[in-house]
Write a protein that binds this ligand. Structure first.
Ligand code: HEM
Length: 152
């Protein structure tokens, strides 16, 4: 494909941006799977114990080093792609954006629950935490189908 085949403002960088987008999507989702699993183990510790403090530090690092940067980069590259391919107004993209907003809200919940745990609260039962842990997997499957199959 020559340079002239790439219509949007990204030009020949379009595929590199898409490759980077998918790569950071993988990092983001890895973080969305790891951190709630940390919470399940963390919940079993006694508030204030050495183990409790160790989990608080691990969770904080995973959120600040993996989750937040990956989410921001996915959004920036995703919106660049959306402008480049003229995705706004297409139904598959509107549905995708809605599900990605839900995924971003889920990350908000991860932050809020982490602060509660760090404050010594064990607000949810492990069973409830395991159910919450399924959310990113379900959203990921739906988002990938929307962007690749484009059913509508
Ligand atoms: C954060 C907001 C996001 C925006 C604005 C966005 C937007 C886009 C756009 C416009 C494309 C390019 C489509 C094309 O080349 O025609 C794309 C590709 C893709 N996105 Fe996203 N995306 C976002 C988040 C995500 C998330 C969270 C996932 C997965 C869970 C994801 C998975 C993918 C995949 C797999 C592709 C490649 C599709 C292909 O090559 O056909 N995106 N995204």
């Amino acid at each position: 494909m020559g340079l002239s085949d790439y219509q949007g403002f990204l030009g020949a960088a379009y595929l590199w941006v898409k490759a980077a987008h998918v790569t950071f999507v993988i990092f983001w989702i890895a973080g969305l799977f790891i951190v709630p699993r940390y919470y399940i183990h963390h919940q079993a510790t006694t508030p204030g114990s050495a183990e409790d403090r160790a989990w608080i530090e691990r969770e904080d690092r995973a959120r600040t080093i993996i989750l937040t940067p990956a989410m921001l980069i996915v959004w920036v590259l995703g919106l660049m792609l959306a402008v480049n391919v003229g995705a706004f107004g297409q139904h598959w993209f509107s549905a995708k954006l809605f599900l990605v907003l839900l995924m971003t809200a889920y990350q908000g919940w991860i932050g809020a629950y982490g602060r509660k745990l760090a404050g010594g609260y064990r607000a949810l039962e492990n069973k409830q935490l395991r159910i919450m842990n399924e959310v990113p997997g379900i959203l990921t499957a739906l988002i990938v189908v929307l962007v690749i199959v484009r059913p509508f």
